[in-house]
Structures are given as structure tokens and as C-alpha cells.
Design a binder for this molecule. Structure first.
Ligand code: ADP
Ligand code: MG
Length: 220
């Protein structure tokens, strides 16, 4: 299944007229391929990820996953599509403070109201794979920054999404922790397609394709 993003534009209405942030962004990813996006603050990287994540519609352009025209999905179809096909990892971990590491990873399943033992096992095995076997019952406040980001990565992968979107996932971490989280992300990509926004040239160099967002356009 090819993930094809074609000519995405985004304009925001503002009091001083329309603000054109994205002016035509295109790329294609096959399973297991990854794309890094760099660019100065304010260049539109998070705006692009929000559109890829179906959190916000583009002004124009299209996104396809195999035969599915993502841009044509109806409002009611979006939450389910997002939950199953898209994983998010942000700079902030966005974990639920009152829930354990394992519960946080299982949250996407709870949205569908069914928690089978198979799904619970999947959560446990993902936490094992991110090196948190001994932290299943820890709450976010009882984890280090790197460990929280590991939980967030496990949560993002719990449905085996087709696309994993990561917005500066190592931005809040010290260098050696950032390198470990980067290793983990690239190792766990598996069959999904990774779109990674990062300022770190070492991390960017490790993805299949590299691009830069400049004046609203994605340049390779
Ligand atoms: P980056 O993630 O590259 O730092 P953003 O995507 O967050 O950049 O923002 C790109 C530009 O779009 C910024 O100039 C920002 O002010 C503007 N912007 C983002 N969201 C909105 C919005 N909802 N309304 C108006 N302008 C916005
Ligand atoms: Mg941003």
C-alpha cells in the first residue's frame, strides 16, 4: 500500500487576510519507508503533520493510503481511521497522568470499548519492546522523560498504524536519551511509514528520505 501525499496547501484566515502556510507539499512512502522533515520554527511542520493526521483539513491537495482517499473521508469516519491507521508521537508525551504505563498504551483500545486479553498482551509486549517491562504499573510522574516518550511510542503503535507521525519527538530530551529514542523509533517502524519532524541532523540522516520545509514547499 503506497501512501501518497499530493500538493497539500493550507491557508489560515487571519484578520490581516489569508496566511498561506503550505504551498504544495508532496511525497510518497511505501511500507517501512521513512521521511524526515526539517525547517525553521514557524515554517509549517506541525501544520503539515496535523493535516497528515486528519486533525485538520488541507485547503487543497489529496492524501491516499492504497485505495483509500483520506481527504474524501467523512467526518464520522475520521476518528476510527485515525485511531487504526495513524499513530502520533509529539514532543510532549500527552500521557494520562492518572493511568499506568500499560493503561496509557491501551487507551486507544478503550475508545472502542473492548479490551480482550489478546489486546492486553499486545500492550505488554510493546512495553517490553520499548524496554519498560518493569514499569508497566508506573504512572507518568514516576517515569523519566525518556521513559515517558517510550510509553508514548508504544501507545502510538498499539494498532499497528499505517502511518506514524512524530513531531520533534526527541526535542525535550538530553542528547543520549534522544539518541536512544531515535534508535527505538527507527527500529520499531516495521511495516508502517514514518514521517518524522526533527531539528536533529543526525536523526534526519537516518530516515529513507530527507526533506526540508521551505517557503511552504517540501524540498528534498
Ligand atoms: P512549525 O511547526 O514549523 O514551527 P507551525 O506549523 O506550528 O510551524 O506554524 C506555521 C505557521 O502557521 C506559523 O506562522 C503559525 O503562526 C501559523 N499558524 C498555525 N496554526 C494557525 C492557525 N490555526 N491560525 C492561524 N495561523 C496559524
Ligand atoms: Mg511545530
Amino acid at each position: 500500500m503506497t501512501y501518497t501525499v499530493s500538493d497539500i496547501t493550507k491557508e489560515f484566515p487571519t484578520r490581516s487576510g489569508p496566511l498561506s502556510v503550505l504551498r504544495g507539499c508532496s511525497f510518497r512512502l511505501e511500507p517501512s519507508q521513512s521521511l524526515s522533515i526539517s525547517g525553521p520554527s514557524g515554517s509549517g511542520k506541525s501544520t503539515l503533520l496535523g493535516i497528515l493526521g486528519t486533525l485538520e483539513p488541507p485547503t487543497s491537495g489529496s492524501m491516499r493510503l492504497g485505495d483509500t482517499d483520506i481527504t474524501a473521508l467523512k467526518e464520522v469516519e475520521l476518528p476510527g481511521f485515525r485511531r487504526r491507521q495513524i499513530g502520533f508521537v509529539f514532543q510532549e508525551h500527552h500521557l494520562l497522568p492518572q493511568c499506568s504505563a500499560l493503561e496509557n498504551v491501551l487507551v486507544p483500545f478503550l475508545a472502542e470499548g473492548r479490551l480482550t486479553s489478546e489486546r492486553k498482551d499486545r500492550g505488554v509486549s510493546l512495553l517490553e519492546r520499548v524496554g519498560l517491562k518493569d514499569r508497566l504499573e508506573h504512572r507518568p510522574s514516576e517515569l523519566s522523560g525518556g521513559e515517558r516518550q517510550r510509553v508514548a511510542i508504544a501507545r502510538a503503535l498499539v494498532y499497528e498504524p499505517a502511518v506514524l507521525l512524530a513531531d520533534e519527538p526527541t526535542g525535550n530530551l538530553d542528547r543520549s536519551t534522544a539518541a536512544q529514542i531515535a534508535d527505538l523509533l527507527l527500529e520499531l517502524v516495521g511495516g508502517t511509514r514514518l514521517v518524522l519532524v526533527t531539528h536533529d541532523p543526525n536523526l534526519a540522516a537516518r530516515t529513507t528520505f530527507q526533506s526540508r520545509l521551505d517557503d511552504g514547499k517540501l524540498l528534498s
